[in-house]
Design a protein around this ligand. Sequence first.
Ligand SMILES: [Ca+2]
Ligand SMILES: [Ca+2]
Ligand SMILES: [Ca+2]
Length: 317
Amino acid sequence: MKKFLLVTFLFGMAVVALSATVFGSPYATDLISYSSTLTGSSLYNDPNAVIGAPATDFKNTWGSAATAHVKLVEPAYNVGLDGSKLITTLNNGQYIVAGFDHQVMNDPNNPFGLDFLVFGNAFYTGSGSVSDASNMSTYMLSGGSSFNGAGFFENVVVSVSQGPAYEGQDQSQWTWYAYSNGPYGDNAYPTHAYEWDQAQYDATGNGWTTNLMDFTKPVDPDVFGALLGQTGVSAADAIEAYQGSGGGTGFDLDDLYLLYGVELDWIQYIKVEGISGYSGGEIDAFSDVAPVPIPGAIWLLGTGVMCLIGIRRRNNL
Ligand SMILES: [Ca+2]
Ligand SMILES: [Ca+2]
Ligand SMILES: [Ca+2]
């Protein structure tokens, strides 16, 4: 019996190890294609800036501080602490195609049904100072009845694809599905990189912890949307409403059924395109949403234990 349990346990551990190797990165890893002319300014015209994790810190050369955290009231701009480019501008008709190193699943265990996130440099406006030295509980958001009235948002059209039908097929020939009517990239919800600790601010004058928010967890659309419509909401309140999420615009593959009658179990590539009517939107990164943990290994272990109980019961008869 002990041997049976051990085997079940080892099998469970193997599943955990396998999962870890299959999913190399939760962020886009491959730059597939991009417009021959990206006309953003020199700081924002490198398509490689959309690969990898969202920006967490930047050199704030135009502000009062030398560096700044990315926060929902102060978005990424300029360059990273190491001088790297952080975001890419997509003006009308310009595009970037990026790929993940694995299939992004339409997983029913993904929070709110949202399967992937697109990060831009949208932010909420308000009154007060956004510098890292400021108290986020005294920075008051402008709020409003709509997201676009509550901050600075732009619209970048997002499309998805499973990739080439045969090896070497150009991305322009792939089957793409566009979220033509939104949601859009560089829109709600603004990226927020670090956890804020009000008690730490009250005691020391610096509320920023070194704990990163979760860039694979979507913001709860209902909770946060309701909060924004109220008055007297501070940046600290908004951070709390993110409930550990690092923000980003959430996309549900199920929405494609309503638009195109197609049921996609997974995608692997994302295209972002600038559209007319906006002075260009910015894209920072893409992430695969992590399902709410109902770990397969624990389920298997549980099944193994139930089998064991069953065997014991039969033996006891
Ligand atoms: Ca989904
Ligand atoms: Ca923008
Ligand atoms: Ca970036």
